[in-house]
Design a protein around this ligand. Structure first.
Ligand code: SR1
Ligand code: MG
Length: 403
């Protein structure tokens, strides 16, 4: 019989108090610990528990989507998040909170508390994020991608992850539907948008056969290119900052996929912010460039220092490696561009939209912001296969009809 129950704050105190190492982190008797709900994402319960000696963060799956109790869902998502954290932790250092404990029956993760950190999306709106944070995200994507790729480790380990994360079908289905398909379907009740202002533009997105051919290319890339273990939901709500300390959280959507998917979601969310806050557009373009330069620098450096770690590329000499690196980074950029476009469209008319639009000063401003995102998103989806360099990406963003 399962021990699962949705834990209340008093339950959490008792649970943590019964685990010596966790209790010692908090200090004092469990009755005195403060429990604060900080759930922010769509799916799970999250609590910060604080005692006199320290704090921990507890994340538990619910049997439904947190923001939509009618949407029932299996509990295993935190199992995949814990597995992802264990897999990438050796490679990313402090760019992720430390996993302290996982209970597979309660589907409960206990991790390092980031109660001094704030969610990047909110910090962008308040302009309190220190410029240059994207360098850390570039390192994170490079480190997770390289060390879980076929060139970064023996194929047996990659195949084991293909098998292990292939079980994450519930959340992969959410991505396939919400990110890659629903926004382009006219008869999808989950979509919603500003009417009547966006009606004509949305109708075009949902009836354009040439656009749908490009969308199907990105669908195929997502499902058919298991290059590395991905975070799977790397948006600005999955990143927390405190000064120059940057952490990536919420790896429950983890799966083997194309490296450009994580990169594209991240860049897509920076572009969504720029669409809503025109006065931040130059800052966001700088962050995108910083991200890409950091990612490519780190990815090449890891490849150069670990040239024979995996089975792919182990025969290459220095010249061969440099050629392969150029080809691979061009491929990542193509995927980045396409998936950034897909993310912009779905966050503007799909089920789960972004709060950045609430930063617009009035309805007209919001309409213009959303139209900017839909226009640029569409350009990136249709042209992504030809965008192979950071300069080509930045030129596309900056051209008329882009930003
Ligand atoms: C029902 S889940 C909706 C969205 O929230 C998550 O953060 C993912 O982005 C997902 O697409
Ligand atoms: Mg999340």
């Amino acid at each position: 019989m399962t021990r699962y129950r949705t834990l209340s704050p008093p339950d959490l105190r008792v649970y943590l108090g019964a685990h010596d190492a966790l209790g010692a982190r908090l200090g004092g008797p469990h009755e005195g610990w403060a429990v604060r709900e900080v759930s922010d994402g769509n799916l799970n319960h999250v609590f910060i528990v604080e005692g006199p000696a320290g704090a921990v963060c507890c994340k538990q799956s619910l049997p439904h989507v947190r923001v939509d109790p009618d949407w029932k869902m299996p509990l295993t998502r935190t199992d995949f998040e814990a597995r992802y954290m264990r897999r990438v932790a050796p490679h990313v250092g402090h760019l992720m909170p430390a996993l302290l404990h996982f209970d597979p029956d309660l589907h409960l993760i206990v991790m390092e508390s980031l109660h001094h950190h704030h969610v990047l999306r909110g910090m962008l709106g308040e302009a309190t994020a220190l410029a240059g944070f994207s360098a850390r995200i570039g390192e994170y994507v490079a480190q997770t991608a390289f060390f879980t790729s076929w060139r970064g480790r023996p194929f047996e380990q990659s195949m084991a992850d293909c098998a292990a994360f292939a079980g994450n079908t519930t959340l992969t289905r959410i991505t396939v539907d919400l990110v890659l398909t629903d926004p382009y379907r006219a008869a999808c009740a989950r979509n919603h948008w500003m009417t009547p202002e966006l009606d004509a533009t949305v109708a075009e997105l949902q009836t354009d056969a040439a656009l749908h051919a490009s969308v199907s290319h990105w669908q195929e890339r997502f499902l058919g290119a298991p290059q590395a273990l991905l975070h799977g939901d790397l948006h600005t709500g999955s990143i927390m900052l405190h000064g120059d300390d940057v952490r990536v959280i919420d790896g429950e959507f983890a799966l083997m996929g194309p490296i450009g998917f994580d990169a594209g979601l991240y860049v897509g969310n920076l572009l969504l912010h720029a669409a809503a806050r025109r006065d931040h557009a130059t800052w966001m373009a700088d962050e995108i460039e910083t991200f890409w330069r950091s990612f490519t620098h780190e990815y090449r450096a890891l490849w150069e220092t670990n040239p024979t770690s995996g089975d792919v590329g182990a025969l290459l000499d220095a010249a061969g490696r440099h050629q392969a690196q150029a080809q691979e980074l061009a491929m990542v950029m193509r995927d980045l561009a396409g998936f950034a476009g897909m993310e912009m469209i779905r966050r503007t008319i799909g089920y789960a939209q972004v709060s950045d639009y609430a930063l617009c000063s009035d309805r007209t401003g919001e309409k213009e912001a959303r139209l900017r995102a839909l226009t640029l998103g569409r350009m990136l989806i249709t042209r992504g296969r030809r965008i192979e360099t950071i300069n080509a990406l930045l030129e596309t963003i900056e051209e008329p009809g882009g930003f």
